[in-house]
Design a protein around this ligand. Structure first.
Ligand code: NAD
Length: 396
């Protein structure tokens, strides 16, 4: 099968196995080039491990400190005439590379919110690893079937309290326009919290704790985002931001649980805005990212997921200064994004950008390249005219 990108709005419905595998190789090479991380994690569970920040967390643990990893994700395998999702190909390539390096790697493709999957994962930890010393919670999901009530909650990306009007970009067509988003209802606010808040993270940790599968001193981290005030109505102060507040609440309660368990810890790391499948679905944010990339690349401190997580591990979690918390008790690996000169430069660009000058004033080209790369396209060295087998075993 010759596989070409088919972009539909903010998703690409095809993915290229060889391109995804090359992306994994690139991330592994980056981590190896930074040298070993001797104090790094050894037995790691990553929930949301197949793309974006969770995938980077898995790769940095495996190839930084030789960790055994269990990855949980929700991906679609290939069908007779349809390629799999990128997270499937990413996980297959990761697993192959980890095993070639002599590392344990096991995958669970299913619904992380369900009790059934949790039970399966716990059994594998017990049988194969004994305990885990790092649990990364990196889910980004549009919906959650609640395991106790059976209710299906859908998350929304809306402002709270009042409507929000601002510029947005159709990244595919390169058109800048104004968008007005109506405020969320109380039900939408509660539903988004049920999907993207902290309850499921707590359920995972409580289940691991009860089964005595947490190593003494175990760490757990979940990821959040804050960003500049221009996006706050749709992010920080919107439905997703309120859900993230609940994730912060959960971090405190999980921290208390882990503290009792040999001085473990749980915290939120606030990460940089990056092109991922999750962020491309948020209105306004892709336009901000296009400007941010332009400014940070010019400054020379642009990072992707792997650079962010590798820096988090090396400079705070497993070396360097140790954890540094902001006033609200969060780790800020978005520090370079939030530097005043970076934010001032973006704020200056914001009112000026329109369809006509989008390419000149922003890194929309870089955004598109990164977006296609998420699906394994536009990767140097890959022959996209060649016939490729879309049916790849997940392994592990
Ligand atoms: P992503 O879309 O790349 O990854 C989401 C992961 O969740 C995938 O592995 C997917 O398979 C998995 N998943 C989704 N639903 C699932 C389910 N029901 N069961 C099992 N697995 C499921 O997202 P991302 O951008 O890497 O986001 C991860 C976290 O990082 C989120 O909490 C997000 O808010 C946060 N974050 C993202 C950004 C950004 O700019 N992308 C910035 C800061 C923080």
């Amino acid at each position: 099968m010759v596989i070409k990108p088919k972009v539909r709005g903010f998703v690409c419905i095809t993915a290229h196995p060889a391109g995804c595998a090359a992306n994994i190789d690139e991330q592994i090479a980056y981590v190896k080039a930074q040298g070993p991380l001797p104090k790094g994690p050894k037995k790691v569970l990553v929930i949301g491990a197949s793309t974006g920040y969770g995938l980077a967390s898995r790769i940095a643990a495996a190839f930084g400190s030789g960790a055994a990893t269990i990855g949980v994700f929700f991906e679609r395998p290939s069908e007779p005439d349809k390629p799999a999702t990128p997270g499937w190909y990413n996980s297959a390539a990761f697993t192959k590379a980890a095993k070639a390096a002599g590392l344990y790697a096991k995958n669970f493709n299913g619904d992380a919110f369900s009790d059934a999957l949790k039970t399966e994962v716990l059994a594998a930890i017990k049988a194969d690893l004994g305990q885990v010393d790092l649990i990364v919670y990196s889910l980004a999901s549009p919906r959650r079937t609640h395991p106790k009530t059976g209710v299906v909650h859908k998350s929304t990306l809306k402002p709270v309290g009042q409507s929000y009007t601002n510029k947005t970009v159709d990244t595919d067509k390169g058109i800048v326009s104004e968008i007005t988003i109506e405020p969320a209802s109380e039900t939408e606010i509660a539903d988004t919290q049920a999907v993207m808040g902290g309850e499921d993270w707590e359920m995972w940790i409580n289940a691991l704790d009860e089964a005595k599968l947490l190593a003494p001193g175990a760490t757990s981290v979940a990821y959040s985002y804050i960003g500049p005030s221009v996006t706050w109505p749709v992010y920080k102060n919107g439905t997703i931001g309120l859900a993230k507040n609940d994730l912060e609440r959960a971090a405190k309660s999980i921290n208390a649980t882990l503290k009792c368990n040999g001085y473990g810890r749980a915290f939120i790391s606030v990460n940089k805005a990056l092109v991922t499948q999750a962020s491309s679905a948020i209105p306004v944010v892709p336009l901000y990212i296009s400007m941010l990339y332009k400014v940070m690349k010019a400054k020379g401190n642009h990072e992707g997921c792997i650079e962010q997580i590798d820096r988090l591990y090396r400079t705070q979690m497993y070396g360097g200064t140790g954890l540094l918390f902001d006033d609200a008790g969060r780790v800020r690996i978005d520090d370079w994004e939030m530097q005043p000169d970076v934010q001032e430069a973006v704020a200056k660009l914001w009112p000026e950008v329109c369809t006509e000058n989008l390419s000149a004033l922003t890194d929309i080209a870089g955004y598109r390249t990164e977006f296609l790369k998420l699906f394994g396209f536009g990767v140097p060295g890959i022959d996209y005219e060649a016939d490729v087998n879309p049916h790849v075993e997940l392994g592990g």
